[in-house]
Design a protein around this ligand. Structure first.
Ligand code: BGC
Length: 613
């Protein structure tokens, strides 16, 4: 962790009751292939060109290769040392062979150090030269280990969380923290790195970036705001690709794709592998336009928490403006002229990509999308007015903004449609109330784990679009993202009167109709219940915490950990149970401790925000 380019291994061999020749082979595997994800079996699994091996006169082996499509040059240098020897061993190519005469009871220490460099690193001539230079200057194992331990110690002093009296949950939280920090380590090196949904531990989802960062930033921002800043810049650098996507689809502003990677183009697959019957199903999840809202939301929360005006003025406003612009162009006035609607989208619940009989067409007035869009439009107006004088003029000119455009955003942000059921429950989308109830008990009895009802129903020739069911929190996401006070303001601004009893009614309605087919779901639900039903909240939290430890999604952990749920659970302890909120230039504290926890579960201090009062 002290130097992300280095890895080191020390092995000690002792012949306890024997003496003789020991052969040690050390090398670099040049035949790495990507065979981890079942759904990708039909794809080309070789992502690297054949490696080229060379040796230095010392004991260093160097392998250089390039990625197939993007041509990124990668070099790996490896030094293997046997205590008391200086030779490079025998062997050829990327393998080194050492023969050692072992004496009974005499330990032999083998030390292997690897340095990785790529053509994307800073301050390199070639990746090969850089990897060799790094090996040259790498200290011995003991010193590398000491530095590594020290680096983790420093991280742990700000990220470590102790749960009094709950050692197993505490250990799980440490595991999650470890994964989040390793997956975002490149950001601390200021690399152009985003947040892949499955971290760095598997090939599931092909390394793609979704909206999961929404669950990751809060954990980072309160402790290492520089990481959030760097990760948001990854999105900023792909703003032009998002602008192109919006233009091509006939909209204004920036349309961030549901799944993307290297250059920010839309890489959402159009088919989904049904692990139940081996069939490929049409996948319309590209309609999840809300990914852009998650970015805009995160930009504003980052600014609120840190007061980083430099980030806001150089990058944040532009992101907010272009995303707001896109949603304003997506909104259309309805027949009455009183309200605006957003049509043909999907909310976070991937079980509804259309109406019965029209799968894939998207839905109209998804509450989550509309409410968040209304909030983002209002924040974009607020942000656009932050710079003053010449700075404002040049920014507005550059982005082609004027008062008329801001006024139109204001109007849309006050009149986007939210649909309610007849009993006041916030409807997931227009028409949701008309869908059939689902036979939860029958399916549970028949299938056991019914998380992925989409796959189950599809294999039966049915569709989740026909029923009142969700894969994951959708409407309830708004209670996860906003405090009760904020929500009241949002609904007031939209001209809807939200009566207090509507909130528990809405929570109850969706809670009993969710299959938790995404690990993100239990994070949001446990958060939403923290104040009204702590016991249930804690139980969902524990299940979210165990998502990868117990592989609760039925085998998906082997394809990579679920980073959003990992960060989300760590974040929950501080911001939800610890009750730390940063908004309106103030630090708000209202803890709601898990049942049976007598004292605040935090051992970490929250670094002071510029805005605290
Ligand atoms: C969830 C999405 C999530 C994606 C990547 C899907 O199963 O439904 O919300 O972004 O996994 O984690």
């Amino acid at each position: 962790m002290a130097d992300p380019h280095l890895a080191a291994l020390e092995v000690e061999v002792t012949a306890v009751d024997w003496a003789g020749t020991l052969e040690i082979e050390s090398g670099i595997n040049t035949a790495v292939s990507n065979r981890n994800a079942a759904a990708d079996a039909a794809l080309n699994r070789l992502h690297l060109r054949p490696g080229r091996c060379s040796r230095t006169p010392g004991a260093t082996v160097l392998v250089e290769t390039d990625t197939n499509q993007s041509g990124i040059h990668i070099a790996l240098a490896v030094r293997t040392r046997l205590a008391g020897r200086t030779d490079a061993g025998a062997g050829s190519g990327a393998r080194q062979l050492f023969k050692v005469q072992l004496k009974r009871g005499m330990p032999l220490i083998i030390e292997k150090t690897a340095a990785l460099a790529t053509s994307r690193d800073y301050a390199v001539s070639t990746a090969g030269l850089d990897a060799l230079a790094r090996i040259d200057r790498a200290a011995g194992f003991a010193e590398l280990l000491a530095r590594h331990v020290d680096a983790w110690g420093r991280l742990w002093s700000v990220f470590g969380i102790e749960l009094a009296g709950r050692p197993r949950s505490g250990m799980a939280l440490s595991l999650q923290t470890f994964h989040v920090l390793t997956a975002t380590a490149a950001a601390s090196d200021d690399q152009d790195a985003g947040i892949p949904a499955r971290g760095l531990h598997g090939e599931g989802y092909r390394g793609h970036i979704f909206w999961d960062e929404l669950f990751v930033y809060p954990m980072l921002t309160l402790r290492r705001p520089d990481l959030t800043r760097s990760l948001l810049l990854y999105r900023f650098r792909r703003l032009d690709a998002a602008r192109d996507a919006a233009r091509r689809a006939g909209f204004r502003g920036a349309m961030y794709p549901w799944q993307s990677g290297s250059d920010g183009r839309d890489e959402t697959p159009t088919t989904l592998f049904n692990t139940r019957d081996g069939d490929w199903i049409s996948d319309h999840s590209y309609r999840q336009r809300h990914v852009g809202l998650a970015i805009a939301y995160s930009v504003w929360r980052y600014y609120q928490t840190t007061g980083d005006i430099d980030f806001l003025t150089r990058y944040g406003i532009e992101l907010l403006v272009e995303i707001a612009r896109f949603f304003a162009s997506l909104a259309t006035p309805d027949e009455t002229g009183n309200r605006f609607s957003i049509d043909s989208v999907m909310g976070p619940d991937e079980f509804h990509d259309g109406y019965p009989g029209n799968s894939g067409g998207g839905v109209r007035n998804n509450a989550y999308t509309n409410i968040l869009a209304a909030w983002v439009l209002a924040r974009a107006i607020e942000a656009a007015e932050v710079p003053t004088g010449g700075d404002r003029e040049s920014l507005w000119n550059r982005l082609g903004m004027d008062e008329a455009e801001l006024n139109s955003w204001d109007a849309i942000s006050r009149r986007l449609t939210v649909v309610f059921h007849s009993d006041g429950v916030i409807s997931q989308f227009e028409g949701y109330e008309k869908l059939k109830e689902f036979d939860w008990e029958g399916y549970q009895a028949r299938y056991g784990n019914i998380g992925r009802l989409d796959l189950i129903l599809q294999s039966e020739g049915d569709s989740t679009n026909n029923y009142r069911l969700s894969k994951q929190a959708d409407v309830l996401m708004i209670f996860y993202l906003f405090s009760a006070e904020e929500l009241q303001d949002i609904f007031d601004r939209l001209g809807y009167h939200l009566r207090p009893q509507q909130i528990p009614r809405t929570v109850h309605f969706y809670l009993s109709r969710t299959s938790h087919g995404s690990t993100l779901s239990r994070v949001a639900h446990s958060w939403v219940l923290a104040r009204s039903n702590r016991r249930k909240s804690w139980s969902l939290f524990r299940q979210a915490l165990d998502s990868d430890l117990d592989d609760t999604q039925g085998g998906t952990t082997a394809e990579g950990i679920h980073l959003g749920a990992m960060a989300g659970t760590v974040d929950m302890v501080l911001r939800c149970y610890g009750g730390v909120e940063t908004r309106d230039g103030a630090l708000w504290l209202h803890p709601v401790l898990p049942p049976g926890t007598a004292r605040c579960p935090l051992s970490t201090a929250v670094p002071g925000s510029a805005h605290q009062r």
